[in-house]
Design a protein around this ligand. Structure first.
Ligand code: HT7
Ligand code: ZN
Length: 849
């Protein structure tokens, strides 16, 4: 399989000044006419090679003259027109079959809706084109379809005109004045419901806002609309960026490979990130909608107005836009909870990826399938890199620098180096040493040593940077490390941002009365692992004013307690006491719920050389049981105080109450007694929110087959007609620890609601099962065999979805010999499939290397 390298990048040889598209949509096929005005940029080339995949060519005209087949060559993934002049118009007519498109790239059908997904390389499946992000053009698009079936016809930009034809068909023309790459092109046609609103920009321009969805779901769009308006206002205030078209359309579809897509003026969303009401969506779903709506909106400047020169620069738009959406969510909600959730996500996904054979820098230097690089590293670690720049520059300089970035590169396709140039130029801070973050992979560990003599406190920091995947040695990093020193009584002595840049360095603090307590990596200022021999967790949990370090201390304390339990069976009494201390704290309830959560299996696994899940489970279960038994009264009191089954409000207090009482219920559920079963059953029955209902359902499923069954049946009957909600049902069953989970998953594959062509459903059932450590890694090997079989099957339908499932095998290298052998057998089996996609091949071959 072919590997693409960043070092081989070559500038485009042609410019496409304009692209006029005509789509004629029919039930069996679609015809596309593409008229481009093209200029040569390099005198040397005589032929133009356009990207083209699975297209049925009808005819080609060059400067209005029809070409015969000696004038062009049809390749496997290209169309080359021979001997073209300096400047010319090219008209290509071709046929495509959207209704047979199960890959969900290019133009396809989601139910009865025609829609597109063109990032990164979908446009070449619509029409021949220079399908690369550094070719930017002005698009005018006419969509024609049968009017009664497809009354809504959308594309990018502003609406120009509509026509009715004699034969029951109609057409709409859209014009997007902003030059854009083909990956931002979009088209939608369907019989859709719509929620309409408007927004006036800071400079007084009126923008029409529309959210389209399946008819009947309109009432579920209000949270998305509110989030959109909040995003527009936030980007004006925080980055000085206004919206730039007359209309902003969002369309929700059910079949979608990822979360959402930022097509210019016509975002297409997975309906999971649009539709919500309290009866059907959890608080986490509401938060997710707010952040994804914001993310796609923010792309209008960071991604669309300024785009990537090539796909190796993906983090330029994605890392920056994730940082922007995280900042937005922190501003609008709880800053401390947001930061902890972001770091949790980073550690559970990105740290795991960084320690696997598929580890890569945020700016990779090669790929087989670019679809495999929409990773947690590019997105979430990329956002951490921007956050560090923000910390190094400070708020004021960062704003000056982003202004310079927008002013300098608006309308261009640029590189991460250009972004760094703007950051450095505006702030006058030299970022040369910082660049390493863009080119190295793996998570560094920072070893912390402390000493105290005669009022002088010395902090010695040593970086351990892992080798790259190919074994090459990597350099130490340059980063900001926010620390605090705290006195014996708990009083803050100082807070500093240290600049760490060498493999080993020393920081000295003078004039102290006693050895201070160290609060390190405040706010998680750098994405590193801290290794510290002093254990001052209980003190920091009580006294640190930094909410992140308090959380971190609680997590580290619990982690080490669990490790000690796995080793000796002993439970640290001091930890139990510290836990009790948190239970009694009067703090924001969502934050308290996080402080009371035990570390994830993933966190504990990452610290093992050879992964062994069973002792992790046993220790976690036992610690939860101990805590539940020890603090039963307090936990029940907390539950009662905060259980408001009829309150479905979405304000911070109500959500905090639900977060804490559900955390408490989960802890109590470790007791698996009648009392807690009754609490969960009552909560399931009487609560008005999905948040409460899914927690209760999950608990019942895991601890009691009888009551679990009753609740599951009720849930199924209530929601079987709502696919979006049914994802929750599949996920709860696939994640279950009960015996027989695999058998039940297999049965569910035949459920009438389940559909292997819909990515959300596959992710909820098969994807969740592949992350069910207990059953996926079962030593009879059936979990591995089942998932491998599904990968092979789904690869034929949708390679992107299949390679997503293949990621579950990334842990291979760190498994014990027995599991490793079982997994290898399955990985070999997948790799031996003759027509395997490059998506799956790339992941599995890297795992087995
Ligand atoms: N920029 C988008 C990335 C993307 C995508 C979205 C939907 C379906 C397939 C996709 N492939 C790549 C999403 C984003 O980061 O906003
Ligand atoms: Zn994005």
């Amino acid at each position: 399989m072919k590997t693409i390298y960043l070092k081989d990048y070559k500038k485009p040889e042609f410019k496409i000044n304009s692209c006029e598209l005509h789509f004629d949509l029919f039930e069996e096929f679609t015809t596309v006419i593409n008229i481009m005005s093209i200029n040569k940029l390099e005198k040397s080339e005589n032929d133009i090679r356009l990207d083209a995949m699975d297209l049925e060519l009808i005819e080609i005209y060059l400067n209005d003259l029809k070409l015969n087949d000696t004038r062009y060559i049809i390749g496997e993934d290209s169309l080359t027109i021979l001997n073209v002049p300096e400047s010319f118009s090219l008209k290509i007519k071709n046929k495509i079959y959207p209704q047979n498109n199960t890959e969900l790239e290019g133009l396809y059908k989601s139910g009865s809706i025609f829609c597109t997904q063109n990032e990164p390389e979908g446009f070449r499946r619509i029409t021949p084109y220079l399908d690369r992000p550094d070719v930017m053009s002005v698009f005018t698009t006419t969509v024609i379809a049968q009017k009664d079936k497809y009354p809504i016809l959308l594309s990018n930009g502003n609406k120009q005109n509509c026509h009715d034809f004699m034969n029951g068909r109609h057409g709409t023309t859209w014009h997007d004045p902003h030059p854009k790459p083909s990956y931002l092109f979009a088209l939608v046609a369907g019989d859709l419901g719509c929620v309409n609103d408007e927004y006036t920009t800071a400079s007084g321009e009126h923008v029409e806002l529309n959210i389209y969805c399946d008819k009947g779901n309109e009432s579920q769009c209000s949270h998305a609309m509110k989030s959109l308006k909040e995003s527009m206002a936030w980007d004006e205030e925080k980055y000085g960026r206004e919206y730039d078209l007359e209309i902003y359309n969002i369309v929700a579809v059910d079949s979608f490979n990822m979360g959402a897509m930022e097509n210019k003026g016509l975002n297409i969303f997975n309906s999971h990130y649009v539709l919500a009401d309290e009866d059907r969506a959890t608080d986490a779903n509401f938060m997710g909608i707010q952040s994804v709506i914001a993310h796609e909106y923010f792309h209008n400047w960071t991604g669309n107005r300024i785009t990537c020169r090539d796909w190796f620069q993906l983090t330029l738009k994605e890392g920056l836009t994730v940082f922007r959406d995280q900042s937005f969510s922190a501003d609008l909600n709880s800053r401390e909870v947001q930061r902890i959730e972001d770091v949790k996500g980073l550690r559970d996904r990105q740290f795991v990826e960084d320690a696997s054979p598929t580890a890569h820098p945020i700016q990779p230097n090669s790929y087989m399938s670019i679809n495999n690089f929409y990773t947690s590293t590019v997105y979430e670690k990329g956002a951490e890199i921007i956050r560090m720049i923000h910390t190094l520059l400070g708020e004021e300089n960062y704003r000056k620098a982003t202004d310079l970035y927008f002013d300098t590169f608006d309308g261009q396709a640029v590189r991460t180096d250009d972004f760094l140039w703007a950051m450095s130029k505006a702030s006058r801070i030299d970022l040369t040493e910082f660049e390493t973050w863009y080119h190295q992979s793996g998570t560094p560990t920072l070893k912390v040593e402390e000493s105290f003599h005669n009022g002088i406190y010395k902090l010695t920091l040593t970086q351990r940077v892992p080798n790259a995947v190919d074994g090459s040695v990597q350099k130490p990093y340059y980063f900001p490390l926010k620390i605090g020193l705290i006195g014996l009584t708990g009083k803050e002595i100082l807070e500093r941002v240290l600049i760490v840049s060498k493999e080993k360095e020393e920081f000295v603090f003078e004039g102290l009365n006693s050895k201070p307590y160290l609060s390190i990596n405040r706010d998680f200022s750098a994405p590193v692992k801290i290794q510290q021999s002093t254990k001052e967790y209980a003190f920091l949990m009580k006294h640190d004013k930094n909410s992140f370090v308090r959380y971190e201390s609680a997590q580290s304390f619990a982690t080490e307690t669990l490790e000690e339990m796995m080793e000796s069976g002993n439970i640290d009494e001091e930890f139990l006491e510290a836990y009790g201390y948190i239970l009694n704290l009067d703090i924001e309830l969502s934050y308290k719920a996080l402080l009371l959560e035990l570390p994830s299996v993933s966190t504990l696994m990452q610290r093992q050389d050879v992964v062994d899940f069973v002792p992790i489970y046993l220790a976690k279960d036992r610690l939860e049981r101990e805590l539940a038994a020890l603090y039963k009264d307090k936990l029940q009191e907390l539950y009662k105080q905060n259980h408001k089954p009829k309150n479905k409000k979405l304000d911070a207090i109500s959500m905090g109450q639900r977060a804490i009482k559900n955390r408490v219920l989960r802890i109590l559920s470790a007791l698996e007694n009648r009392e807690v079963i009754d609490m969960a059953r009552e909560q399931y029955k009487e609560s008005l929110t999905m948040t409460d209902r899914v927690v209760a359902l999950d608990i019942l499923e895991n601890i009691t087959s009888e009551e679990g069954e009753v609740a599951l049946n009720d849930f199924y009957n209530r929601y079987k007609d709502d696919t979006l909600v049914m994802n929750k049902y599949f996920a709860i069953l696939a994640a279950s620890h009960r015996n027989g989970t695999l058998e039940r998953v297999i049965v569910l594959e035949n459920d009438e609601v389940y559909d292997e062509k819909v990515p959300n459903l596959v992710r909820s059932l098969i994807g969740v099962f592949a992350r069910n450590y207990k059953h996926f890694h079962a030593i009879d090997g059936r979990g591995y065999s089942f998932v491998a079989h599904k990968i092979i099957e789904i690869d034929k339908i949708n390679p992107q979805m299949a390679s997503g499932l293949a990621s579950a095998f990334k842990i291979y290298e760190r498994l014990n010999n027995e599991n490793k052998e079982l997994m290898k057998k399955e990985l070999d089996r997948v790799l031996a499939v003759p027509s395997l996609s490059k998506n799956v091949y790339e992941i599995i071959s890297k795992i087995l290397k």
